[in-house]
Design a protein around this ligand. Structure first.
Ligand code: SAM
Ligand code: DTB
Ligand code: SF4
Length: 327
């Protein structure tokens, strides 16, 4: 049977020059019997978080579609015909209205997403105004604008940005099957700039793109071995959009998705682990299992960027049903 595993449940300080987590160790976590894995994840979760609290982030696509990149999962790439309508950068007042509505509905963080490879300076300037305005409403701010050049993360931090989201998406080995227009290292470089500017890092990935367990472990190892590891870790289930190369992919087994959440919790004890895209296809019971596995954040609001998310009142009913409260 399974030998007891050193899951390093409480060790989040790395020994110098050694990896906090190897890919093999994380793969072994993912292979644990589910009751064992969930117990370990819950033990870690309770050491660092109130298990009844969930953080709510609302997303807004401030610039939609027409993206030059070729991320195989993404409905916003201009290389795929998906029916997403291109929209230029939104006006400041529209963004502020959406942020006010998100706050009134109970969100604590507002995340602005743009379908860019990365922002040009003339594109970043109006986003800085949006960050300032959203921050002044008393919301935490997050942006996901693609690759950042030197100095851009500092400008965002200066405007009052709290978090920058930039996902690694998958393991370094599988990455080349999904994206060809930018390298894994480009993403790591942007994450380094974000960290150096003093911003909180939001970084995670997608499950269900055809990757194997080794790739899932490889993604988590990349994240967990960052120094420090990300404060926020979105785990997305692929939302299959017709016209994207990944449409028609075999659906991920929901219990494997739960395992991924649990392994993220164990390997990054203090992080907010976000049960992200893909919730519209999940039952209340599946989502409850994700919370039991250590998820403590969700995207809240009727839309993600271009695809659907559960209605806000359905989410409030779900949280009520399982006795969880917004943070
Ligand atoms: N263009 C910027 C970039 O790629 O960094 C920011 C927006 S991009 C849509 C943010 C993230 O959304 C991607 O890195 C990916 O992890 C996630 N995402 C995009 N399409 C998705 C889909 N169909 N299913 C699940 N996650 C998706
Ligand atoms: C993240 O990890 N997931 C969010 C957010 N960060 C930007 C995006 C999910 C997008 C799902 C597809 C869509 O709605 O376009
Ligand atoms: Fe563009 Fe971001 Fe979509 Fe990739 S994930 S195609 S960079 S919007």
């Amino acid at each position: 049977m399974n030998a007891p595993l050193d899951t390093r449940a409480v060790a989040d300080a790395p020994a110098a020059a050694t990896l906090r987590w190897t890919v093999d160790e994380i793969e072994a976590l993912l292979a644990l019997p589910l009751p064992e894995l969930l117990f370990r994840a819950q033990t870690v979760h309770r050491e660092h978080h109130d298990p009844t609290k969930v953080q709510l982030s609302t997303l807004l696509s401030i610039k939609t579609g027409g993206c030059p990149e070729d991320c195989a999962y993404c409905p916003q790439s201009r290389r795929f015909t998906t029916g997403v309508e291109d929209q230029p950068l939104m006006a400041l007042d529209e963004v502020v209205e959406a942020a006010k509505a998100a706050k009134a509905a109970g969100a604590s963080r507002f995340c602005m997403g743009a379908a860019w490879r990365g922002p040009k300076q003339r594109e970043l300037d109006p986003v800085l105004d949006m960050v300032k305005a959203v921050k002044s409403l008393g919301l935490e701010t997050c942006a996901t604008l693609g690759l950042l050049k030197d100095g851009q993360a500092e400008q965002l931090a200066g405007a009052g940005l709290d978090y920058y989201n930039h996902n690694l998406d998958t393991s370094p080995e599988f990455y080349g099957d999904i994206i060809h227009t930018r390298e894994y290292q480009d993403r790591l470089d942007t994450l380094g700039r974000v960290r150096d500017a003093g911003l909180h890092v939001c970084c995670g990935g997608i499950v269900g793109m055809g990757e194997d367990t080794h790739d899932r472990a490889g993604l988590l190892a990349q994240l967990a071995n960052m120094e420090p590891y990300p404060e926020s870790v979105p785990i997305n289930a692929l939302v299959q959009v017709e016209g994207t190369p990944l449409h028609g992919q075999e659906q991920v087994d929901i219990l494997d998705f739960v395992r991924m959440i649990a392994a993220a919790r164990i390997t990054m004890p203090k992080a907010f682990v976000r049960l992200s895209a893909g919730r519209t296809q999940m039952t209340d019971e599946a989502q409850a299992l994700c919370f039991l596995a250590g998820a403590n954040s969700i995207f809240y609001g009727d839309k993600l960027l271009t695809t659907g998310n559960p209605e806000a009142d359905r989410d409030r009913a779900l949280l009520d049903r399982i006795g969880m409260r917004p943070l």
